[in-house]
Design a protein around this ligand. Structure first.
Ligand SMILES: Cc1cc2nc3c(=O)[nH]c(=O)nc-3n(C[C@H](O)[C@H](O)[C@H](O)COP(=O)(O)OP(=O)(O)OC[C@H]3O[C@@H](n4cnc5c(N)ncnc54)[C@H](O)[C@@H]3O)c2cc1C
Length: 489
């Protein structure tokens, strides 16, 4: 029988590595503290309405294809993918919005209408973004973050300037329209940092947006989790839910010997943790932790979020499946996330209405809406504050889209910092892990392999390559490859 590997958590990264490790012949058991699998991508179902609790944007379909292809499968073996047309809508004020179509040619037309001459710049920008995508997502992001040399390839060497310039500078060089700038700066928000703090090289996210498009797995993001769990089971992975890992045990040679799950001692050869990195290290004796509390406290974390899952008893007008409300100053909101952590006075927010295109989310004639305000991690979280912000965004939704919705609410559920801590052992209640700024990129991120404990590995959005569903899939592969390489030596 193969070696025993215990995987902590069942988020995208853990599921990804569980599949790779099982395929390589390991006996894999996944331990998940929650009742259901999927980590931050779980599902909330109530009264005929369905909500994805976490991720809603399906970008970079090629990464999912590559993952399933590694097992001789296709995404369509497990879920149905539809390209959203239009991709999304962005509000800048009352009755003032831009809708981003599904095709790049149509996007160029929209740009030209907004700012004469901008389409020429957009084409050049997206071409450079595509080149970076081909270098980054097809190669560089699959490297394990061990050495700075991993970043040095013939293609990255000629682009070194792009690591030291920022997306903000790059976008603003040629485009002047404030609205178009906001649209072009939006994709890097997925990386968890401000555009003014994100290297220009990351414009590959713009190619993911305009070049590859926005997709929707019918039934929601949770269908992808279900697909990966099915694949994992087909490969022999065992799952244990309501299974809290309390401790990682080591022998006198600082080698993993077992884990304690709900008080039960389980022997294991290796541990791979997809739980938040800070929490995983807290399961070790203090002298076996690699990173101090000060280290974590001085990292730039991606935002936390205040979310609302709302059931409406009618269809909502003038919105799309994905709708961004960018009618307030982004720089001021960003300051309250990254510089002086506080509740934003005039928050930007994002809303998802999947029932607009997918009837499985709400009963006929009803709408399921998810609302998200990005926030500073660790911020005070009380019911009163949540209610205050709910009123703010519902009123803004009403005003900007010109309709009454408040009295059409059947129920709502909120989710914020305290829930992220309680449900996922998330450091300071972060939602998306560690931001991808230059000083927290690649080999500068927390390591996949523990330097202090033998046979202990990490995966997920706090390690390489970073936050987001596609990076989490890649992270699972990177961690597994590293384990397999180490054992083949
Ligand atoms: C609100 C929100 C919206 C998002 N939107 C998008 C989006 O639209 N598109 C996109 O690509 N990405 C999005 N993301 C980011 C994406 O969801 C994450 O990057 C990804 O799901 C993280 O996966 P992971 O495997 O790193 O960790 P997680 O999903 O956090 O998994 C970690 C797991 O470990 C478990 N765990 C913790 N401690 C223990 C323990 N002691 N014992 C056992 N189990 C434990 C947790 O319960 C959890 O299940 C979003 C995230 C959030 C929160």
């Amino acid at each position: 029988m193969g070696k025993k590997i215990s995987i902590i958590g069942s988020g995208f990264s853990s599921l990804s590595s569980a599949c790779y490790m099982a395929k390589a012949g390991y006996k894999v058991t996944v331990y998940e503290k929650n009742q259901t699998l999927g980590g931050r991508a779980r599902q909330y179902i109530n009264d005929g309405f369905t909500f994805d609790i976490g991720p809603t944007w399906y970008w970079m379909p090629d990464v999912f294809e590559k993952f399933f292809a590694d097992f001789g499968r296709k995404p369509s073996d497990y879920y149905t993918l539809e390209k959203l047309e239009p991709a999304y809508q962005v509000y800048f004020g009352k009755n003032d919005s831009i809708t981003i179509p599904g095709s790049f040619e149509e996007i160029c037309t929209i740009f030209e209408e907004e700012e004469k001459g901008s389409a020429v710049h957009l084409r050049k920008f997206i071409k450079s973004a595509q080149d970076n995508y081909n270098i980054a997502v097809k190669d560089v992001v699959y490297r394990p973050g061990i050495s700075p040399l991993e970043l040095i390839t013939p293609q990255t060497t000629v682009r070194v300037g792009q690591f030291f310039s920022t997306i903000r500078k790059q976008v603003r060089k040629k485009i002047k329209s404030k609205k178009l700038i906001q649209i072009l700066e939006f994709p890097v928000l997925f990386l968890g940092a401000k555009p003014s703090n994100t290297p220009a090289f990351y414009n590959f996210m713009n190619y993911a947006d305009f070049g590859l498009g926005t997709w929707h797995p019918v039934g929601g993001m949770y269908k992808v989790i279900e697909g990966m769990v099915t694949l994992a089971r087909q490969l022999g992975v065992e799952f244990r839910t309501n299974a809290v890992v309390d401790k990682i045990e080591t022998d006198e040679k600082r080698k993993v010997s077992g884990i304690i799950v709900n008080g039960e001692n389980i022997t294991t050869d290796l541990v791979l943790s997809g739980a938040d990195y800070h929490h995983t290290e807290s399961l070790l004796a203090e002298n076996l932790r690699q990173y101090s509390e000060k280290y974590w406290d001085t990292r730039i974390f991606a935002p936390s979020s205040l979310l609302f899952y709302v059931a409406f008893n009618k269809k909502i007008k003038n919105i799309e499946h994905h709708t961004l409300f960018f009618d307030t100053d982004f720089d001021v909101h960003a300051k309250s996330i990254y510089d002086t952590p506080e509740w934003p006075e005039k928050p930007l927010f994002y809303a998802s209405f999947p029932s607009k295109t997918d009837m499985s989310f709400a009963p006929e004639g009803n709408e399921a809406g998810t609302f998200l305000i990005p926030l500073a991690p660790g911020i005070e979280d009380t019911n009163e504050i949540r209610e205050k912000y709910f009123d703010i965004i519902i009123e803004r939704l009403e005003e900007l889209t010109g309709q009454n919705v408040k009295e059409s609410i059947i129920f709502k559920k909120s989710y914020c910092v305290n829930d992220f801590i309680e449900d996922y052992n998330s450091y300071k209640g972060n939602a998306y892990g560690l931001a991808n700024i230059l000083t927290q990129t690649a080999f500068l991120r927390p390591k996949i392999k523990s330097k202090k404990v033998k046979n202990l590995y990490f995966t997920g959005q706090l390690t390489v390559p970073g936050p987001g569903v596609p990076p989490s899939l890649i992270s699972g592969k990177i961690a597994s490859d590293l384990i397999l390489k180490t054992y083949q030596k």
